[in-house]
Ligand binder design. Sequence first.
Ligand code: MN
Ligand code: MG
Length: 659
Amino acid sequence: MPTNQFPPMSRRAFLTTTAASATFVVLHPFSAKASAGTAHLRIMETTDLHVHIFPYDYYSDREIDTVGLARTAAHIADIRSEATNAILVDNGDFLQGNPMGDYIAYERGMKDGDMHPVITAMNAVGFDASTLGNHEFNYGLDFLMKSLAGANFPVVSANVVLEEGASPTGDKTLVKPYVILDRMITDGAGETHPIKVGIIGFVPPQIMNWDRRHLEGNVTARDIVATAEAYVPQMREEGADIILALSHSGIGSADRTDGMENASVPLAQLDGIDALVTGHSHLVFPSPSYADFAAVDADAGTIHDKPAVMGGFWGSHLGVIDLMLERDGNAWRVLGHEATTRPISKRNEDRSVTALVESDPDVLAAVATDHEETLAYVRRAVGKTDAPLHSYFALVADDPSVQIVSIAQKWYVGEMLKGTEYAGLPVLSAAAPFKAGGRGGPEYFTDVPAGDVAIKNVADLYLYPNTVRAVKVSGAELRDWLERSAGMFNQVNAGEADQVLLNPEFPSYNFDVIDGVSYEIDLSQPSKFAPKGELADAGASRIKNLTFDGAPVTDDMEFVIATNNYRASGGGSFPGAKGDTIILEAPDTNRDVIVRYIVEQGTISPKADSNWRFAPLPGTSVLFDTGPAAAGYVDDLDGLTIEPAGDGPDGFARFRIQL
Ligand code: MN
Ligand code: MG
């Protein structure tokens, strides 16, 4: 903001107009209570915007009410009108994370003087400062610096270093480590006084692993808490009355460890820091999610008794810290505080969503052209596939729509593990068909023809906004993971015809195919696990001829499996994936990894490699229901004897498979 004055306002309740209606706004109690020598300062936070400006899901190409800075901006306007003095900060991860960000990075590019749309939108809202999140580095340093050049607000980050000094305060940093904003603040008697608000920012030092290819040799990253310890006294010496930490780091352990990713709790413990805005975890604070965290009061919104907030993600919430300040000579100190968040939407009991605010038209107008260009981008080809990507047979044969997910996951995890202690282990990948008929109906399949692939097709290949994880498992755990998946099928009697193949209680998203090993599923055997994952028959085994690189998999072998956060942390209750085997918590979504893979490859060859099949059972056949459009692809199947067998129920088509 060009002004050094907080936006002026009256101290009485007054009339304001929102987009929808005129409402009376009641002053916050701190503003009402402030007297001569005391003042109310509101700190507003957005975090993890990930280029979400319009309330729009570009993957599914439709409007949604749960995201968008244009919506959060409506709360910001309200709060500016409710309090005498307010500042607005962003906590990082604004530059990457949706197709608009990819469009600018991969297609339109950033030349000197170009404006990045998220910076345009942030300028329109009027931020006082921002910091860098880990995702700011995803497109490289040149792209980042050209994007930041358009910002009308300072961007600070204290622990990303171009040239290290003897201590952090001697470092040459990539951007300013901190700023001290000179502002005039109005006290309860209407008198204005100078105040210096120090703002310092931090990013997880894990950026050096996550964006190694962009950062190695160019910058280093220091420990968050050690960096803060060095700078905060210097900021005080320079006259900061209060210090606000922009912590692009989660609320995690209270035990300080060197290089910790989620450092907000030890950071809050430092003398001199008065308040923290946090993020990175895409959660909300204060909230019951943090009820059991040491040194955290999840009701009061404090960490080590300092006020803190986390404003969700993608613009879902505005974080608000209210400070009651007392003038102490020429300085200010914090008398009282409150932390709250304001959501932009609410989820109803029937899972529908109601918007709680309307979009700020000025913010929408500022990036209307970028929005239109992004729509065109998600609707046109960004790459080609030389095989059709469909899931009609994903439950009965190795399948290209699952294969492409595994190819991209293996590529990404392999890159991430380079230079780590796990670099020598074989990387396998687990992926399941998300859209495979069932309760979704006979049209509920992935079906992208050979030829052009558009961004919006990727949402079809990967339905959920999961993030990539890698787990380390033994050969025995790998085998049991596959046994768990094989519960998808009913047990069949050898020698009998036309038995029903699929167990309707078993959802297809728990049918993990593991790529990188070969195996057969023997349907004549009982399932070792029940549909929800409980052990059903400890001695049972359906997985036969499990091999890696042509040799049998033994129990003591070690593998890395690329998967998602849902599976790795116990979703579906898979052996080897109960949360204690995770070796990589990657920052990227599986969907973004698939997009990146397609854009980098140009043409993809997702042909399935037939690494799994049903074990032969001569004289035995099963019936399998799938979408009617499957008929067009039935001849492409390798290693499966299959024929049409008429109509199934509810619009499905029926096929007979000879085992
Ligand atoms: Mn984020
Ligand atoms: Mg395969």
